[in-house]
Design a protein around this ligand. Structure first.
Ligand SMILES: [Cu+2]
Length: 129
């Protein structure tokens, strides 16, 4: 059960990667961007040297998290395929944005800045029960 969906994700990211850094928006039900609720669970993600500190982020379906994106060097961002761009940070700063997905699945997240995704800035957002 796990393998086909992982292959699907890899295939999808290859297809998308083939046509540059296009970010599909709005095809997954959920909420992305803006200020998170005060009681939202915080998930910290650090971007540095073409890497995110997490290659996999697990959240529950319908759960709102406060994504804390921190950059230890240059500007970076965080986008989820099907949800669009959620957070952008300038160099050496932190930004906190809401993220909620209302559909189970595995979605690719990545940095949309030119060359960053190809340099390794991507991972998988696992939305589970
Ligand atoms: Cu980046």
């Amino acid at each position: 059960m796990k393998k086909p969906s992982l292959i699907a994700v890899i295939f999808a990211s290859l297809v998308i990667g083939g046509c540059g850094t296009s970010v599909e928006t709005g095809s997954i039900p959920g909420k992305a961007g803006g200020k998170p609720q005060a009681n939202a669970r915080s998930v910290a993600l650090t971007a540095k040297n073409f890497e995110y500190s997490l290659s996999r982020i697990k959240i529950k379906v319908g759960e709102e998290i406060a994504l804390k994106l921190k950059s230890d060097d240059n500007a970076h961002d965080f986008a989820v395929d099907g949800l669009g761009k959620i957070a952008t940070v300038s160099g050496d700063s932190t930004v906190t944005r809401r993220l909620r997905v209302d559909k189970l699945g595995r979605y690719t997240f990545f940095c949309t800045l030119p060359g960053h995704r190809d340099g390794g800035m991507e991972g998988i957002l696992v939305v589970k029960r």
